[in-house]
Structures are given as structure tokens and as C-alpha cells.
Design a protein around this ligand. Structure first.
Ligand code: FE2
Length: 467
């Protein structure tokens, strides 16, 4: 009764009006409304599994890269809203359905410092280390024993030299064809996707992060194996990621470093082992680092250190043997250049690829000396496969050059390259495609697959011929 007498007089602070609950009916109605109100307050104040209020932390994207050995590490790149300054990744080799207490392992990571995205999101790069090779891991992201989203999984690379499938492509724009290619590529069950630059077109302003969002939306939805494992990516930088395109420094690079943690020290060139038999060299074809100079010295050093690794893969943006652009100022080039210059002025400059020439001058002798197995090239957005070349001549101990981008890029061209035409074994324009690379004990098989799922080129490279 004392409680009832207390509630019989209620003062509302905003109006200071006084309600007197004098009759039993008034008291009954009041308590019904109060209980109803309390129920909703409770509902919106306690986070429930599968329920997110506006105040709940939300993981926008989670995608995988590598900073170190893919057999024993993985890097989770996480973008979130209203997430704490530090996240915890709970993980295990058995599924735990997103229950933090069930996972045997955990690793924490703080919000990354760097470019602040305008919509207030936080970005984290959390590396899981000491993983077991060739193993599926299940993980959930959270903080203080609470997970924000569902469980995901990935697999580490095997370290016993077993056959490996990798997807390779570049110039991936946000188009229906690009999404079709991503869907078909994921069905090939690859361990990794190698990407060769020029992702969303020309991301040069701070509010261009929406273009990256659209790209990451496709990648994170589609790049999942048939068993549900997220597929890690290795990315090289292209001219679309750098204000000015070529001859710039880290200062002119927007988003790329902040979104994708790959090499230590934010280098745009780095190397990764892929098991005991494969080494990948990721290069910067003159965008934020010079082709010559420090990068060339570094390349010579790591090629010497890894000279006994039998399979060497190079990944960079601008082709040394371009399918489209002129690579040398021969008479044919000058004739076309002058005609285009008369009609379109500086557009003619785009016909000539200075970086292709620099790459051949500074990188090619190293490729020849150390026996680069295959070089993945991009930028020109046509399909090409060269003969196996060494010293500018066909030689089974040389390098295969595959390219040139074409993952759903909006602009497509006919190959008009004349200068190096005799170097090409396959040349085809106006086609959306990726390369499926299947590495086995004695061979590497390369298959070009279109956005309709059609096989349009197929080539087997014999590794014994490198000996
Ligand atoms: Fe490009």
C-alpha cells in the first residue's frame, strides 16, 4: 500500500503537472503503461544475439591479406562502426558459433592510425600468428567476451607442396561483369587472389571511400570458397590508387595503405613465400616508388636470397610487354602518335607507356638472371599471353608474361600493339576475364576464364625446363 500511495502522486519534470491516481481504474491503466514502457526500455538497452540497435558496434567489412608467411599467419582487415578502440579476434580450429568463451585462442588489435574515413568508421589490422599450415580456422570478432557478428572461417596455406590453385587478375572495377567473374573465380576454390592494381576507378578524393565500399562489398560477398572460407588477397598498387598515377610518393596514395595491410613499413613492393616451392614478388611499377633505384636494389637482393626457390611469381601493374600501348617509339608508333596528337592533343601521350620501357630496362635483366617463372601484368585491359621469353627471345628457361588486367573494367580495347607482336602467343581484346593458376609438382596450368565462365585460353608450363 505504501508503494501504491507513492505512485498515487506523480510529478512530471517537464511540466510539473500533478497527476493524482485516485481511482483503481486509473491506477490499473497507469501501471499497464508503465510496464509496457519498461519492457521497451529493457529491449533497447540490452544487446541481444542477432539484434543490433543504433548504438551497437557493427562490422562493416572483414577481408584477409598477408604480412608474413601464408602457411602460418593471416591478417584480418576490419572496418567497423561504433566499435571500441581495441578489438579481439577469437579463433579456433573447431567451430564455436560465435561464442567467445568457446574459442581457445584470441588476439587483440588496436584501431589503426592513419587516414580518417569521413563517415567515422574505424579500421583495424589484426594479424594471427603461429597458425598450423593447411588448416581451417574459425573466428569471430568482438571485445570483452562479446562478439559483434557471426563466425567466419579461413584456411592457411599447406606447406607440403601439394597442388595449389590461385586466381589472378586486375583492373577490377565495380561492374556486373566483375561480380560475375568474382563468383566464378570463388567456385574454383583458390587459396589466394592476386590482384594487379586499378581497383575502383580513380579514388582520389576523401569522399571517394564510397567507391572502395562498393568494391569491398562485392569482394567480401563473392570471394568465399564453396566451403565458406574467406579468400585472402595479395594486392599490388596501380595508377588509379595514386593521385597523379605515376612518379608519386606515399603521400599521394589515398586509402590503399589504410584499407590493406600487407608489407611491413607500408612498402608498395614486398615479397611473400607461398609454401616451400613458391616465392611471390609484388612490385610497384612507378606509382609510389621508382622502378629504378631503391626498389630495383631490393629486388636484386631478394632474388639472390631466394634464388633456390623453384617457382618465382612476379605481380605488378604496368606490363613490360603491353598488349595495347606502344612500348617503344618506333616509326609505326610515331605515325599513330602524330595523327592522335593532331586530333586529341595530349591524349596521344597515353599511347606510349614509359613505365613499360623502364621495366624492361631495369627489371627484365633480373627476371632473366634469376629465372622468373611467370610475371602477371595488367593496366592495358586486354588478354595476352606471351611466349616464354629470355633475353627477348623464345627460351623455355625464360619468363611467361600474362595479362593485361580485364576484370570487368568499363573500358575495353582492341589490341593494337605492333612493336612486340611477335612475342605474343595469344592476344585478344574486349573480353572480361581472370587467370586460374594451378600449380602442381611439375607443371603450372594457366586458364583464362571469361565472365560467362568460358575457357578462352589454356597453357601448361613445364617446370623441369627451368633446370
Ligand atoms: Fe592502370
Amino acid at each position: 500500500m505504501a508503494v501504491l500511495s507513492f505512485f498515487q502522486t506523480i510529478k512530471l519534470p517537464c511540466t510539473m503537472r500533478v497527476f493524482r491516481l485516485t481511482t483503481p481504474l486509473q491506477q490499473k491503466h497507469f501501471f499497464s503503461k508503465l510496464l509496457f514502457l519498461l519492457f521497451f526500455l529493457l529491449l533497447f538497452s540490452i544487446p541481444l544475439d542477432g539484434f543490433e540497435s543504433n548504438r551497437s558496434p557493427k562490422i562493416r567489412f572483414c577481408y584477409l591479406t598477408w604480412q608474413h608467411d601464408p602457411c602460418h599467419t593471416i591478417t584480418l582487415n576490419v572496418q567497423g562502426y561504433k566499435t571500441p578502440n581495441e578489438l579481439t579476434v577469437y579463433y579456433d580450429t573447431e567451430p564455436c558459433d560465435g561464442k567467445s568463451s568457446c574459442y581457445r585462442y584470441k588476439t587483440c588489435g588496436k584501431e589503426a592510425q592513419g587516414q580518417k574515413i569521413l563517415d567515422g568508421r574505424k579500421i583495424y589490422h589484426i594479424e594471427l600468428q603461429n597458425l598450423v599450415a593447411g588448416t581451417t580456422y574459425y573466428f569471430a570478432i568482438g571485445n570483452n567476451h562479446r562478439c559483434f557478428g557471426g563466425e567466419k572461417k579461413f584456411r592457411t596455406l599447406p606447406d607440403d607442396g601439394q597442388p595449389l590453385a590461385i586466381i589472378e587478375g586486375g583492373d577490377w572495377e565495380v561492374t556486373p561483369e566483375a561480380e560475375c567473374l568474382a563468383k566464378i573465380a570463388a567456385e574454383k576454390n583458390p587459396y589466394a587472389v592476386f590482384l594487379g592494381g586499378d581497383y575502383p576507378s580513380y579514388v582520389f578524393k576523401l569522399n571517394d571511400f564510397k567507391k572502395w565500399d562498393a568494391w569491398l562489398d562485392v569482394y567480401t560477398r563473392r570471394m568465399v570458397t564453396p566451403e565458406g572460407c574467406l579468400i585472402p588477397m595479395v594486392m599490388t598498387i596501380g595508377n588509379h590508387e595514386v593521385l597523379g598515377g605515376f612518379g608519386q610518393t606515399k603521400t599521394e596514395v589515398l586509402f590503399f595503405y589504410e584499407f590493406f595491410r600487407q608489407a611491413e613499413g607500408d612498402k608498395t613492393y614486398f615479397t611473400l613465400p607461398f609454401g616451400p616451392r613458391i616465392q611471390l614478388y609484388v612490385l610497384d611499377s612507378g606509382h609510389a616508388a621508382s622502378i629504378n633505384g631503391e626498389q630495383k636494389q631490393w629486388l636484386a637482393k631478394v632474388l639472390e636470397e631466394t634464388k633456390d626457390i623453384p617457382i618465382k611469381l612476379a605481380l605488378y601493374h604496368v606490363p613490360l610487354y603491353p598488349s595495347l600501348r606502344f612500348a617503344s617509339k618506333d616509326i609505326y608508333y610515331y605515325s599513330v602518335y602524330k595523327i592522335v596528337e593532331l586530333c586529341h592533343g595530349h591524349a596521344a601521350d597515353k599511347l606510349f607507356s614509359k613505365e613499360s620501357k623502364l621495366g624492361r630496362q631495369h627489371w627484365l635483366p633480373l627476371f632473366d638472371q634469376y629465372g622468373m617463372t611467370v610475371a602477371f601484368e595488367h593496366h592495358d585491359q586486354a588478354l595476352k599471353r606471351t611466349k616464354i621469353l629470355k633475353g627477348g627471345k623464345e627460351d623455355p628457361r625464360g619468363t611467361l608474361f600474362l595479362g593485361d588486367g580485364g576484370w570487368g573494367s568499363e573500358y575495353q580495347y582492341h589490341p593494337i600493339q605492333g612493336y612486340f607482336h611477335s612475342y605474343f602467343a595469344m592476344l585478344k581484346g574486349k573480353v572480361h576475364f581472370f587467370w586460374l593458376v594451378e600449380i602442381e609438382e611439375e607443371t603450372i596450368t594457366y586458364s583464362a576464364v571469361t565472365s560467362e565462365g568460358v575457357l578462352i585460353d589454356h597453357f601448361v608450363q613445364f617446370l623441369r625446363s627451368k633446370e
